[in-house]
Ligand binder design. Sequence first.
Ligand SMILES: [Zn+2]
Length: 298
Amino acid sequence: MTGASVGVDVGGTFAKIALVDARGRTLRSARFPTEPERGPREFVARAAAAVAGWRFSALGLGLAGGVDAGTGTLLFTPNLPGWKGFAFRRAFERRLKVPVVVDNDANVAVWGGYVVGLKRKPRHAVGVTLGTGVGGGLILNGALHRGAGGAAGELGHQVIRAGGAPCACGRRGCLEAYAGTAAILRAARRRMRRRPSPLTPRAVADAARAGDAGARAVWEEVGAALGQGLANAVLMFNPDAIVVLGGVARAGELLLAPVRRVFAEQPFREPFARLALSAPAERDWGCVGAALLAREGR
Ligand SMILES: [Zn+2]
């Protein structure tokens, strides 16, 4: 396929749309409130209006929830109430007359980080997206691994502390309950004596870089939890590379150094020996990945 494709990343609050070329460069972009209460049909109409006049030959959609990638239907979703069961692929294809691919938002972001963020595409990669939630995606044999029902790669909801902190998903001790934004801010309130206002992960990272001992301890704690979750994924999938994405990944080495430490302490060394761990510069990976996935028709 030649020409550009469009990627749409639909979160509970905002939707981002980008026109992306074959090399993953963003040519144009737009953003508007998702307003889930207006319903999925109207969302499709608004997204179509946003790309009016753009020239593209495929569209990819990443949705916050579980997706049947075969039919492009949203199966379950915590953040888009009333959208469950809607067949997005058919609705977009009817309106825009281009092939459409629909997948989970973390899957498309990991695909973008894998294709564009990793220079030499390894065969097997594990991706994690850090933000309000902790998402994940698996690239096995160069393809997204979706599992039987589109729910594979939910790295954020693996239990890393049995009976531990409650998670938004209803379980206890999930990785998300230790490395999601709420957990980072909770750790900051506990560990930092002089807290920045507003208190955000970015502000905690800035404070750590400026030498605040409490802020540094926050990233040690969060990075150690992330390292534990990623070590589990390494033992399960033996990837060549791990890619860390999302707004919180901007903490960079503050977060990655403790992950490396956890890896170095693993008794079962072999799968960690040649593993590449990186956090590519922040972009709208969801849009980029959705667009690239669509142009490949998968
Ligand atoms: Zn959970």
